[in-house]
Design a protein around this ligand. Structure first.
Ligand SMILES: [Zn+2]
Length: 466
């Protein structure tokens, strides 16, 4: 007897939809992603990783007024902290492009501009947190320092201390329970560990001069000078980020989840860029952006609100000999965008903050989010019904597992993405990315099948979407 036809929306996980061969591929893809994640813990390290991948695919770095058309692809680097890869498609870029845009900054602790202090004969490095940090995540766990220091002679050194096994690590030591009754236990989670106490333990051996002040600080400065040629003033011209010293690990008996730091949103930047590089041919000119500063409002010269986005498109048009403003504006208005960012996966212990019919589900593939925003969609981009229709058809035709998502129950929470900043140029934009559990924690969880589904979705978008 034939099954009765129903008109209910299908809700099946990747495990029920896809065969073993597909899941084997998803595990293999996750290994490539894991390697990238372990090497790329800051924006600058992500840019370096992506530039290397682009060069491996014969992309050339774009130099204004020098680079000519005819290369397989082009690499645009924005002040070492944002990147765009462009591949020509079957139609001219002036007709509009397909963009996947993700961000490569993640919540972390930045060293203060003048960070080194000594208290009770212990050297410490003071920090200022960046983005949506839950401060307790950073206590009593091994931390690494990654970044750059520009010395007084103008040379730049790269630091990466704590991510290799032989390196020392740094620790913000939490207060023991025996002493925390009055100063911590009665306080709210946002207040029990003040930002000014997020200081890293950085040394205890004093300078040999017993008459000197701050002997431990002086001894640490000696080490910094000997190892890196640094003086204390060099911290002023540095960008040093405190990141978890851990590596990405398989999670669970079945190893189907990858846990690691910075998956929001390096997961989408990696899948977006791999999709662009590995697409067979492109329906339209394809651009994969990986931008900075999303976690603090997409600001600055390297964020999604900056001129980097439109300037890159303008430079792409010059490869086709087009330089005027109106052509650029028209191309932008005919451009389709996937705002590639992670969604909040339904948490088994905290189901009450989500509305299950509209929650991202781990294992269910790409989460398609029509709108984000808070308290009445404030700050949302809100994809049109027409664009949602075309994207849904694309995913169905390409056989990519997907489902719909919102960020939490109405009035429960919410958030924003870069979507609205691109929509402001008249582009069609939709948010789409994998579900993530424990977002903004040092151990974010993503299902390998969802990582792979995200890659396949972005790839189908570049290959097929007109
Ligand atoms: Zn994000």
């Amino acid at each position: 007897m034939a099954e009765k036809e129903t008109f209910e929306m299908a809700r099946k996980s990747c495990f029920d939809l896809k065969d073993q061969a597909w899941h084997d591929e998803s595990f293999a893809f996750a290994e490539r992603y894991r390697n990238f994640l372990n090497l790329s813990k800051t924006e600058r390290e992500c840019v370096a990783s992506f530039a290397k991948m682009a060069v491996e695919h014969s992309f050339v770095e774009y130099i204004p007024d020098e680079t000519k058309a005819g290369a397989p692809g082009y690499l645009f680097i924005g002040k070492e902290k944002a990147v765009a890869l462009y591949r020509p498609g079957k139609v001219p870029a002036t007709k509009g492009m397909n963009i996947v845009i993700a961000h490569i900054d993640s919540p972390r602790l930045d060293l203060k501009v003048n960070p080194l202090i000594e208290e009770t004969e212990i050297a410490q490095l003071k920090t200022h947190y960046y983005g949506g940090v839950r401060k307790y995540h950073w206590l009593s766990r091994p931390l690494a320092i990654h970044g750059v220091v520009v010395l007084n002679d103008g040379s730049t050194i790269e630091l990466r201390i704590g991510s290799s096994k032989e390196d020392p690590v740094f620790v913000i030591s939490d207060l023991e329970p025996h002493l925390s009754y009055k100063v911590q236990n009665e306080k709210k989670v946002t207040e029990f560990y003040p930002g000014e106490k997020l200081n890293l333990v950085a040394g205890i051996i004093p300078d040999s001069d017993e008459e000197a002040k701050n002997r431990v600080k002086l001894a640490v400065l000696d080490i910094l000078h000997e190892k890196y040629g640094m003086t204390e003033e060099d911290f002023v011209s540095a960008e040093l980020e405190v990141v978890p010293a851990c590596i990405a690990r398989d999670v669970g008996f079945d190893r189907a989840i990858l846990g690691g730091y910075g998956q929001d949103d390096r997961l989408c930047s990696f899948t977006g860029i791999r999709a662009l590089l590995e697409a067979e041919t492109l329906a339209r000119g394809g651009v994969a952006f990986a931008v900075d500063k999303e976690e603090i409002g997409s600001v600055g010269a390297t964020g999604a609100q900056s001129a980097f986005v439109l300037n890159t498109l303008a430079e792409i048009l010059t490869l086709e000999g087009e330089r005027d403003e109106l052509t650029l504006r028209r191309a932008a208005a005919n451009t389709n965008v996937i705002s590639a960012d992670v969604g909040a996966a339904l948490h088994p212990d905290w189901q009450e903050v989500q509305e299950k019919n509209n929650a991202a589900r781990m294992g269910y593939g790409l989460a398609l989010t029509k709108f984000t925003g808070v308290r009445g969609k404030v700050g949302a981009s809100d994809a049109s019904a027409e664009f949602m229709g075309r994207i849904r058809r694309l995913l169905n035709e390409a056989g990519v597992p997907w489902h719909v998502a919102e960020l939490g129950k109405v009035d429960e929470g919410g958030g924003g993405t870069v979507a609205r900043f691109l929509a402001a140029h008249g582009m069609n934009v939709v948010d789409a990315g994998p579900p993530l559990m424990g977002m903004h924690s040092p151990m974010e969880l993503a299902a390998k099948c969802d990582i792979y589904a995200t890659y396949l979705a972005y790839r189908a978008f570049f290959e097929r979407f007109l």
